[in-house]
Design a protein around this ligand. Structure first.
Ligand code: FES
Length: 119
């Protein structure tokens, strides 16, 4: 009887955690306001909903519309070009025509500083 052992080598890649970037001060983004910021070279829309900050990708997944130029409605942002709506908490599409969600970002407040990093 012949036994064949297969050895599988799994390389462990280093898990790199994204660094937080300071993107604004809290006084610059009062409740009800959203603004485009840049995180790791990516356009991100940062929004203040009743004192809570959220950040998702700024480029609409439908046809690249600028979400920061759209409308903030509670926890949703509406794209100014064709009306897709995204949930700021999850990046999920709440209304098309967009079919793909936006990437989400982690937001941390340090004193007056708003810090953001990719999740
Ligand atoms: S580009 Fe945003 S809905 Fe079309």
């Amino acid at each position: 009887m012949r036994i064949i052992f297969k050895v599988v080598l799994v390389s462990m890649s280093t898990i790199k955690t994204a660094e937080f970037s300071r993107v604004a001060s809290t006084s610059e983004i009062p409740p009800g306001i959203m603004r485009k910021v840049t995180v790791d070279g990516q356009d991100v829309v940062l929004a203040n909903v009743d004192g809570k900050y959220f950040a998702i990708g700024d480029v609409c997944t439908h046809q690249d519309g600028p979400l920061d130029e759209g409308t903030l409605d509670n926890y949703e942002v509406e794209c100014p070009w064709h009306g897709s709506r995204f949930d700021l908490r999850t990046g999920a599409v709440k209304e098309g025509p967009a079919g793909n969600p936006e990437p989400t970002y982690e937001v941390r407040i340090d004193g007056e500083n708003i810090l953001v990093r990719a999740k």
